[in-house]
Design a protein. Structure first.
Length: 246
């Protein structure tokens, strides 16, 4: 069984009760990737315009925290991978040398000590990053980069088929026509990432919170996501707030 077949099998096994709910797709993709590549964690995020950088999903709570630290600090292997368009393999010694503040936070708050960041291809080129995490300080050196790049390509293919990414594009990039459902999902995923950062939640919980807030406010989750993306409401909220962060 090749890597694509193993990834498809792992994806089918992740959140099988939500397999038809594409809103959960990023979470299923990173969990499947972590299982197939046998790493300690995985995450995927978007690094478009500076004010529209956001995680999409992480394989577990630890990976979610590592993603949050990179986005919060605005530095790390993910940003470099997107900027240079090439994989960034960072064992602990390199993290200490190139991103000392980020490394200090990793040591203080997580068991993760090395990582491999890969830019996503296709329509997500220059926007998306797929990251793998290890507890081993030199774990990133053991990674089979060709297998990781193949999984990154499979993730990108799934994401670009499911959502429109125009909200993240720089102003000079043409806004390609997109299906309304794909455009809706792209904005919803961005809103989920914003709530993940603000509330320190995993993606599944952030999506559940958005849906609960929308229901409590007698509105659609799409409308609430639009308000978050357009900064009409703030994602840092209490469970009873209506709307989020108002």
């Amino acid at each position: 069984m090749d890597i694509a077949e193993r990834f498809a099998e792992a994806l089918a096994a992740e959140l099988p009760d939500r397999a038809g709910d594409l809103d959960h797709l990023p979470m299923r993709l990173v969990r499947a990737a972590a299982a197939v590549l046998e790493v300690d964690g995985a995450g995927v995020g978007i690094h478009g315009r500076p004010h529209q950088r956001t995680p999409l999903a992480a394989s577990d709570a630890t990976a979610a925290l590592v993603e949050e630290l990179q986005f919060t600090m605005g530095a790390g292997p993910c940003l470099q991978a997107v900027e240079c368009g090439a994989p960034v393999r960072a064992v602990e010694a390199r993290l200490v040398s190139e991103w000392p503040a980020f490394h200090d936070q990793l040591v203080a708050r997580t068991p993760i000590r090395s990582m491999l960041a890969l830019p996503l291809p296709g329509s997500l080129t220059g926007l998306g990053c797929f990251s793998l995490y290890w507890v081993d300080p030199v774990g990133a050196d053991t990674a089979a980069e060709c297998a990781a790049e193949r999984v990154a390509a499979l993730i990108a293919q799934q994401l670009e088929q499911a959502a429109a990414w125009s909200p993240w594009l720089a102003p000079e990039v043409p806004d390609a026509p997109a299906r309304p459902e794909a455009r809706r999902r792209g904005r919803l995923w961005m809103a989920v990432g914003m709530v993940m950062l603000a509330r320190r939640l995993e993606a599944t919980d952030a999506l559940a919170l958005l849906r609960a807030q929308a229901y409590a406010g007698d509105r659609t989750v799409d409308d609430l996501a639009d308000d978050l993306v357009e900064r009409r409401v703030h994602p840092d909220c209490s469970a009873g707030d209506d709307p989020i962060g108002s």
